[in-house]
Design a protein around this ligand. Structure first.
Ligand SMILES: [Zn+2]
Length: 134
């Protein structure tokens, strides 16, 4: 079950906007993410909130895993977008596992429009993991 997240709180994706004016409408289906970058942000927020259903729902059917179990002990500390152009987004996500070491996962992702909605296809560059970091 996804965590209930207060709409007035700052969005987990770090945009600085409230959840209701950022990833919330994508999560509740009222306004699908209009660009690859906003989809990337909403997927990061979904990971952070334990919303596996949304992560799967925005995954291309050809590359989507059959099942997705999010580790509740993983904390999503921050998201950084380096570049968003065309249907590619390069980002890094800082993670903390089991209240222990922090890692930074960096990836360049490919997105595609499917029936008018953006979906995540795959990583273009294999994800790299740096860590531990401060
Ligand atoms: Zn957001």
């Amino acid at each position: 079950m996804p965590l209930a997240y207060p709409p007035f709180k700052t969005c987990p994706c770090g945009s600085g906007h409230s959840y209701a004016h950022c990833c919330g409408p994508a999560h509740d289906g009222s306004r699908p993410a209009p660009t690859p970058e906003t989809l990337m942000r909403s997927r990061y927020s979904a990971y952070a909130l334990g919303n596996a259903a949304y992560v799967l729902d925005t995954w291309h059917p050809d590359t989507r895993p059959a099942d997705l179990h999010l580790n509740p002990a993983t904390r999503y500390l921050s998201l950084k977008i380096y570049e968003a152009s065309g249907n590619e987004v390069e980002f890094s996500a800082a993670l903390q596992v089991n209240r222990g070491e922090r890692y930074v996962l960096r990836e360049r992702s490919l997105f595609e429009q499917l029936e008018g909605r953006w979906v995540y296809v795959d990583d273009i560059t294999p994800p790299t993991l740096d860590g531990p970091v401060g």
